[in-house]
Design a protein around this ligand. Structure first.
Ligand code: SAH
Length: 240
């Protein structure tokens, strides 16, 4: 896809899905990001989505659904970012925000590190770590205005990864698919123990078909020191 076609398509998609108008320079960066990810994808397994229009919708539009909940300048951490979603599209339109991208798989982060200078983006830190280890470090624990994550784990596990990173007064945005209600019920105890309180749930239909649920949690109290637990416990033995 040429840049002009990309611009028209993403502008149309933003309009139809109530996402703020993108500026020309933001569209340029998203275009380069897509082309680079798809190029790298031939060597490194980054995404199953290879068709460009589908990429625009499922990676860019979907990532940008959280933008209205994040102010420009707030610092953000993206847990299990993979090929940079939702963190990179968010950073492109929230250019004053510092962002940390975390993933347990370094080869994906290396791809992002390679692309960042090509889209002239600064204040992005890529950290190779498991979330539960990083959240126990002084520098990162309770240090973020906003913690985001898409497609990483079930909600109970996910909140144990995410809530420790949020400042008191900060928030956590979990991007979940359909049928999250049961998961949400099961996670309420964990959210409470970890110092969170559900602010709201937002259900969106991207292109009238793809269901995206945003679960927004406020960090009201400090997370007790023993959380997140190490050695894979949040996943193997979620808080009950
Ligand atoms: N957020 C991206 C990637 C989803 S795939 C997207 O929506 O496209 C899930 C990613 O989470 C993988 O890259 C995996 O390595 C990472 N991951 C899973 N558990 C993790 C953990 N405990 N800490 C850090 N990264 C984790």
């Amino acid at each position: 896809m040429e840049k002009e076609e990309f611009r028209k398509y993403i502008e149309k998609e933003c309009k139809e899905n109530n996402i703020i108008n993108l500026q020309e320079f933001e569209i340029d960066k998203l275009y380069t990001y897509m082309k680079e990810i798809l190029k790298w994808n031939e060597k490194v397994n980054l995404t199953a989505i290879k068709e460009e229009k589908e990429f625009i919708v499922k990676h860019f539009i979907d990532s940008l659904t959280i933008a209205e909940y994040i102010k420009n300048g707030e610092n953000v951490i993206d847990i299990g970012t993979g090929a940079g979603f939702p963190g990179i599209p968010l950073k492109i339109i929230r250019n004053k925000s510092k962002i940390v991208l975390v993933d347990a798989v370094n080869k994906k982060l290396n791809v992002i590190r390679d692309i960042l200078p090509k889209i002239k983006i600064e204040d992005v830190k890529c950290i190779h770590s498991r979330a539960e280890d990083l959240a126990q470090s002084k520098e990162y624990r309770e240090a973020f205005d906003c913690v985001v994550s898409r497609a990483v784990s079930n909600l109970t596990t996910l909140v144990e990864y995410m809530l420790p990173f949020a400042k008191i007064g900060g928030k956590v945005i979990c991007m979940k698919g359909p049928n999250f209600e049961e998961e949400l019920k099961e996670s309420l105890k964990a959210i409470n123990i970890l110092g969170g309180k559900i602010e709201k749930k937002v259900t969106l239909k991207i292109d009238n078909v793809l269901e995206r649920n945003l679960i927004i949690i406020n960090k009201e109290n400090p997370t007790p020191k023993q959380y997140p637990r190490g050695q894979g416990k949040p996943l193997k033995n979620p808080i009950k």
